[in-house]
Write a protein that binds this ligand. Structure first.
Ligand code: SF4
Ligand code: SF4
Length: 308
């Protein structure tokens, strides 16, 4: 086995041992196909008020401008599909936010993987990214063979569906690269497009971010536009509709990450409980959670907007 192949196998083995679901590797290069798509998406204003998406345009398309000496992009997926969901009929939180904030948990694992690479292979420099704006993570995941971008613009893995986080380790070491994932297994299905409560999914595998409930309930700092009144289907933080209806998610297996387990009370809270939410309960049920991003005032704004 040549050395690059050996290194790639070692990294994939270690990624698996650290609990990652998938690991694929691509050469750090200019994302030629993505460039016009990103430009068009931004020009159409589909990023809403997420102005940070406009920054670092060149760096987002070329990891060599982001990380000194970058040679390889290692894409990793980490399962968050829960074994239990919220009470039926309550205000809803996206499943990814049930437990502790994934950013810290996954970043620690990426750092550990980089350390293992250093211990085994020698001095390797790199940077860890988790859900980070300068990296076009879905494009890299597809390029490294992990899966395809569904019509809802999320990555789908055949054996697992789409309920996982993506993360990247960009390093200055040449490796053996995976073949890009070429087949789109969505076929003629349009379930996500038909089910999206705000018609945010466009025909060309992109999402108008400015209409997506995840944006409206998390990113948007101003008042939610009145055109969405009555359209939110009880989602108060994020939205899982396009994933819940996707036939590939019938293969989702529950995660084994204890830190993603929600506080029991969170799953049991009813609409009435949410409407009477206090700062104290908010801090308790969302201790160390990504939901804290919206702050107590953000959740109150969302509940106020969606309640009848
Ligand atoms: S997350 Fe919800 S609102 Fe956003 S595209 Fe998917 S179904 Fe539509
Ligand atoms: S619901 Fe259908 S069209 Fe949408 S991502 Fe899943 S398979 Fe593709």
């Amino acid at each position: 086995m040549n050395r690059r192949k050996q290194y790639s196998s070692f990294i994939k083995e270690q990624a698996k041992r650290l609990g990652f679901l998938g690991c694929g590797i691509a050469k750090a290069d200019f994302l030629e196909e993505e460039a016009p798509r990103l430009e068009e998406w931004l020009q159409n204003g589909y990023h809403g008020e997420m102005r940070y998406m406009e920054n670092h345009f060149d760096k987002r398309l070329d990891p060599r401008l982001l990380v000194d000496g970058a040679k390889s992009v290692i894409s990793l997926s980490y399962n968050y599909f829960p074994s239990e969901v919220q009470e039926e009929g309550s205000y809803k939180i996206s499943k990814y936010a049930y437990g502790q904030d994934y950013h810290h948990i996954i970043k620690d694992k990426l750092r550990e993987l980089l350390q293992l690479i250093n211990d085994e292979i020698g001095e390797v420099s790199g940077r860890c990214f988790v859900d980070s704006a300068p990296v076009l993570e879905r494009a890299w995941a597809e390029k490294s063979g992990l899966g395809w971008n569904g019509k809802h613009s999320l990555l789908i893995q055949k054996q697992q569906g789409s309920f996982f986080f993506l993360a990247e380790l960009i390093i200055d070491l040449e490796l053996e690269y995976d073949e890009p994932f070429k087949t789109d297994h969505c076929g003629s299905c349009t379930r996500c497009i038909d089910a999206c409560p705000t018609q945010a999914i466009l025909p060309n595998n992109t999402v108008d971010g400015s209409k997506c409930i995840s944006y409206l309930t998390i990113e948007l700092k101003d008042a939610i536009p009145s055109e969405f009144k009555g359209e939110m289907q009880d989602w108060m933080f994020g939205c899982d509709v396009c994933q819940d209806v996707c036939p590939w998610n019938r293969f989702s297996q529950p995660h084994e990450e204890s830190l993603f387990t929600p506080q029991e009370s969170l799953l049991q809270m009813t609409k009435r409980d949410w409407q009477e939410l206090t700062q104290e309960t908010f801090s308790k049920v969302f201790k160390k959670s990504a939901v804290k991003r919206t702050k107590f005032s953000g959740i109150l704004r969302n509940i106020d907007f969606i309640k009848e």
